[in-house]
Design a protein around this ligand. Sequence first.
Ligand SMILES: [Zn+2]
Ligand SMILES: [Zn+2]
Length: 475
Amino acid sequence: MGALDDGQFDANVAETAIVRGGGGSGAMEIEDAVRILLIGLGENLEREGLRKTPLRVAKAFREGTRGYGQKVKDILQGALFPEAGFDHVTGQAGGTGGLVVVRDINLFSYCESCLLPFSIRCHIGYVTSGKRVVGLSKLSRVADIFAKRLQEPQRLADELSHALQNSFTPAGVSVILYCWHIQFPEVVKCDQIPWYPSESGIQGWLQTSVCSRTGVFKDKNSSFWEEFKLLLKFRGASFTLGNSRGTLAHAWCPSRSLDLPEGNGRISSLLVGAQSEMLAAVTSIIWSLGEDPFRKELVGTPARYVHWLMKFKKSILEMKNNGFLLHKTDPHESSNGHVHIADEMSTELNLPFCAQCEHHLLPFHGVVHVGYFYDGEKKAIDRPALQSMVQFFGCKLQVQERLTKQIAQEVDSVTGKGVMVVVEANHICMISRGIEKTGSSTATIAVTGKFSSDASAKALFLEAISRNAASGGFF
Ligand SMILES: [Zn+2]
Ligand SMILES: [Zn+2]
């Protein structure tokens, strides 16, 4: 724990950090704050995989919130141009039909409640007026300004629609957002993979849709709102107005379900000692990004973020690792997810996990499939034992390749006849770095013993995974 042991905790550190910060360049460097978080997690800052983590995290936070430094008018300046024919107004909004729709703008934002990124698909419609239209590419750039801030879906939709309305005064603006947020492990039952049917069928994600309308889109006698929805429907997106304002923030971010109803974070009381240093560090990060950590919606955010990080604390888990209780079972008894393929090969599919990427301090989550050969005289390892192994190796700062290898080695140390492990995961850091869209996945494989030399054993196991996937598995 080093310099930040409980004994050295300064109760005023949060205030100190904020005074130092002043919201500008004098703020505690985000990198320093990330180092405090890593030390709080019991990690060694000199460890190879972590050396550049403070830099990476700081960069991601800065890029992910660059919208605070951008202005709508800078983007729209010069992008408004007169449309020929608008001088002779004959029909709706200038005789051109009026409605302009830009669909499927992919964005990501940072959740203001927990600081984890969430994924957004944005649709914008507007009705021209004043004989001016706006360059279409500019709409997605304006949307990005508001997405690149600490956000909540409804506020994002409202800020975007009002900014567009005020900047070039169309007859009306309509914004529909579909948003996906990662689920939290404690909200998910360990033995079940969450399934939230959604437009794009992403598992393990919470989805919500929100809309914001101005001008003619709010007018009951106007058909623009219906036309806009219809145009989205052609693309497979349907939308119904069901979300009531105000309650959404609680329903949306799964970390909020850990709060007490009055918003007095139950989790705050659990954070003591060195964790207060971590709280101050997160408060300082929020300040450095250009936000006010005392804004009502952000008051509980440091506690939620630290609570999330502490799930991956090293020391707690090392203590838990007093040997896995390897209850061995009879492989011929089939249980949930257990498939008995051949006399000596046993498989367990879809063991869920949630790990924390040590390069970006962001979660990656998915499922682990384990196949192994065992001595016919002995019994197979039961599912709960494999699940606790997966949890042990997953619940820390990790990389997927190492996680895969460690599980294979651990199972091999018990069975000793050859193990194959396949890990399928979604990486949140891939979304926030803009590399991939939500829903892409990464698979890694590790083999030992008989699986290294026997191609048919490998094929048999991979086939079991794909058969399972076809019948509603992870992907
Ligand atoms: Zn959240
Ligand atoms: Zn990463």
